[in-house]
Design a protein around this ligand. Sequence first.
Ligand SMILES: [Zn+2]
Length: 399
Amino acid sequence: MDINSSNIEQIVRQVLDGMNGVPAKAAAPKEIPSKARVAMLTQLEKFELKEYPMPPVGDDDILVKVEGCGVCGTDAHEFKRDPFGLIPVALGHEGTGEIVKMGKNVKKDSAGKPLAIGDKVVTCMIFKDDPDITMYDLNKQNVGQGAEVYGLIPDDDIHMNGWFGDYILVRGGSTVFNVSDLDLDSRILIEPCAVLIHAVERAKTTGILRFNSRVVVQGCGPIGLICIAVLRTMGIENIVAVDGEAKRLDFAKEMGATKTVNFKDHKGIEALAGAVKDAFGGYYADFAFQCTGSPVAHANIYKFIRSGGGLCELGFFINGGDATINPHFDICSKEITTVGSWVYTLRDYATTFDFLKRAKGIGLPMVKLITHKFPLEQINEALEVNLKMEGLKIAIVNK
Ligand SMILES: [Zn+2]
């Protein structure tokens, strides 16, 4: 064969065209480094970036390159006091990333959607004792009841157990969802949003929450703000937000609150309850969501609710102490129906993906909830900012 310069040019062009034309999914697998970093909480208030050899990927495992992970209130408690006794631990449970390697048995996610290299995923729970549980076992399992979560399991030989790192090894038996159709910011918000999907599902069991209900949301941190957003996507219009910070109340309005009440403007619970009543045009609330960790706020909220109304208490992820209420006036004589809400079920997690799409569709500024983004190297600063409560949702975003 006579290869002259024009032949060579043609061959080179063909090769280059071939490279450009290859769709992303069929691309050669990304090169996986032999080591990866993990932000390990080694003592109170101190993460250390540690490097470990990349663990082997078993037949049922998925290796995920982490793109980002939200900082949760639970992470802040763990960072400050280690209430769960997990240290040393790789934290981060609100994470998402891209599949870079999969075991041969992995074909579908927990909802039955196909999984491939390059797909974006989130994890939910790990059912070690009962791996047959699926998202269709309604109400059967809740994160708080016997399931483990990546980012809250003590360190082991694999080390890549939390989303605050470069990679995470998702082992067989874990729930994993393909969320390639959501943008990175939305994916980082899935976990906290699932808490509210669950709370609203709990509230609905009372039969009191309806389209035209007057709903009060107390506390406008990320949980309260997302609560308002979930209510809006359900078509509930009449929402009064209560908080002590003007900035958060402004954001509550952007999220869909009709009126806001700053408790600092009102002296005493009677005046405050009067302000809530005024905000509803002379009525107390049909239903209330308590989204703060303050026992006083819990005691106060009963005064905002009409006789025969309902309450969902979801603010106390950890023990915040005792609240003093008057059972006669607050619950019994008014016949208040109360429900508690704690984390979420698998079904709630899957519902959350649809919620995020709908929230975007009706123009709710969900992504504005992420007020700070830090690289992994600055994880200690990220936790400090979270503890100072300067922002709303703080996220670690990898390059
Ligand atoms: Zn969380």
